[in-house]
Design a protein around this ligand. Structure first.
Ligand code: SIN
Ligand code: FE2
Length: 226
């Protein structure tokens, strides 16, 4: 990398050491946005709520229809939960491990999802499913489309907590070039409208422990599934 010229502007030394301010909203498409730090004011309510969801419906590593065990561990809350086994991907009203309904979606999670969707231009979002993904260092999510939902009219709202990750946001075909979007604790990504079915994934996580969550990344993915 080329060294930055500072000679003409010695009064700006301080600015060189500060991160540039992050915009309120970065567009990834006409209906796809990163909302940097949008979830930060919610974190104190989110973490205990996620803990109680995971007590009622523990994280598990699911098997894909192709027979692979996912490196990401997951659980769900809300009326519907996303699951996978050798027979396929599906939404289910009950946790297949316990036979019980998934835990109710805690209100702070539902409120964050609603407000983030609005901030991205999707008013009236009312998710019935919240997938909770847990990444350890090395865990990854290969490129996929979210298309197990009944209708694609509602956006996807995706919240990042804990360790940083590189989110891949591709096109409508798996082989389309994907942009790399660095995501940190508190960032939210929303995609809907004509971007609703874009391929996306997460690169293998680096081991960069987070002060609050340790060597874990939690992702909340809100959807209108049923
Ligand atoms: C997902 O696509 O379900 C999760 C994306 C993420 O972890 O950021
Ligand atoms: Fe997804």
């Amino acid at each position: 990398m080329k060294a930055k010229k500072t000679s003409a502007n010695s009064g700006a030394t301080l600015a060189l050491f500060e991160d540039p301010p992050r915009p309120a909203r970065e567009a990834l498409g006409t209906g796809a946005f990163v909302l940097p730090g949008f979830a930060l004011p919610f974190v104190d309510e989110l973490l205990p709520a996620i803990r109680s969801v995971a007590e009622a419906a523990p994280f598990r590593h699911l098997v894909t229809p192709g027979g692979f065990t996912m490196s990401v561990a997951l659980t769900n809350c809300g009326a519907l939960g996303w699951t996978s086994d050798r027979r396929g991907y599906r939404y289910s009203a009950t946790d297949p491990d316990s036979g019980k309904p998934w835990p109710t979606m805690p209100e702070p999670l539902a409120r964050l999802a609603r407000e983030a969707a609005s901030a991205a231009g999707f008013d009236g979002f009312s998710p019935d499913a919240c997938l909770v993904n847990r990444y350890a260092p090395g865990a990854r999510l290969s490129l996929h489309q979210d298309k197990d939902e009944r209708d694609y009219g509602a956006p996807i709202v995706s919240v990042s907590l804990g360790m940083p990750a590189v989110f891949l946001f591709g096109g409508h075909v798996r082989t389309d070039k994907a942009v790399r979007v660095p995501l940190v604790h508190g960032d939210v990504v929303v995609w809907g409208g004509e971007d609703r079915l874009r391929f996306h994934g997460v690169l293998p996580l680096k081991d960069e422990p987070h002060p609050l969550l340790g060597a874990v990344r939690i992702n909340l993915t809100f959807r209108k599934a049923g």
